[in-house]
Ligand binder design. Structure first.
Ligand code: PLP
Length: 233
């Protein structure tokens, strides 16, 4: 093994242990929670190492970088999760390589995403990103929970998209446990309306335990596996 492979293997084992322990503490079976390794800013060579180490799901947040890496790693059979802010003029292109789009947060994206999925010839899994910002803030990422039902309905009507669940990011400036407790309530209502859409993507390197306590089925972990990203975006 190269030094980098050893480093990633050790980090990955640490994260998997945290997931196991959080599942045990929450009384959930450990295979309830899937790990999505967020590889943004890191090269395709790291993605190859991760695939060798058994990683099946990877996440990216910027279209150009994601598109290039997905094509460089097309032989690995990975599931690509798009987790970043989506522009409507890029959405069709994202659907060409993303197996899961986790960041659908407005109706304007539904048409282009569905067209991209149709052109690709396979349905794309969609998670609706819901805002956990306190009421009164400007809801910069994610749909306001009050508008979730309408947006989810539009996704469901789009033939080439499969509504699978929700995604959220804990806002800064609030304990993640509080934000994820709100998320669990939003999700309970959502699953009553959409019994098949049970996925919940929540939790990152710093707060995955809280997310698992509150029902996350997917955690998106970057820096705890790959190391610190460069500070400049
Ligand atoms: C970068 C990113 C992550 C991973 O964050 P880490 O703190 O590095 O684990 C998770 N979710 C989203 C939406 C991200 O953009």
């Amino acid at each position: 093994m190269t030094a980098r492979a050893e480093e990633l293997a050790a980090n990955l084992e640490g994260v998997r242990r945290r997931i196991r322990e959080a599942c045990a503490a929450a009384g959930r079976p450990e295979d309830d929670v899937d790990l999505v390794v967020v590889t943004k800013f890191f090269p395709a060579s790291d993605v190859r190492i991760l695939a060798d180490l058994g990683v099946r799901d990877v996440g990216e947040n910027r279209h150009q970088e994601a598109e290039a890496k997905a094509s460089q790693c097309a032989d690995l059979g990975l599931r690509w999760h798009f987790i970043g802010g989506l522009q409507s003029n890029k959405a069709a292109a994202v659907a060409a390589y993303a197996d899961v789009v986790e960041s659908l947060d407005r109706a304007k994206l539904v048409g282009p995403l569905a067209r991209g999925a149709e052109a690709r010839g396979s349905a794309v899994d969609v998670l609706v990103q819901v805002s956990l910002d306190p009421p009164g803030s400007d809801h910069r990422s994610g749909v306001d929970p009050a508008a979730l039902a309408d947006l989810a309905g539009r996704v469901q009507e789009a033939g080439a998209l499969r509504l699978r669940g929700l995604m959220a990011v804990a806002p800064l400036g609030e304990p993640p446990a509080d934000a994820f407790a709100r998320l669990a309530e939003v999700r309970a209502g959502f699953v009553r309306d959409h019994p098949g859409a049970t996925l919940l993507s929540a939790g990152m390197s710093g707060d995955l335990e809280h997310a698992i306590t509150c029902g996350a089925t997917h955690v998106r972990v970057g820096s705890a596996v790959l190391g610190e990203r460069p500070a400049v975006q």
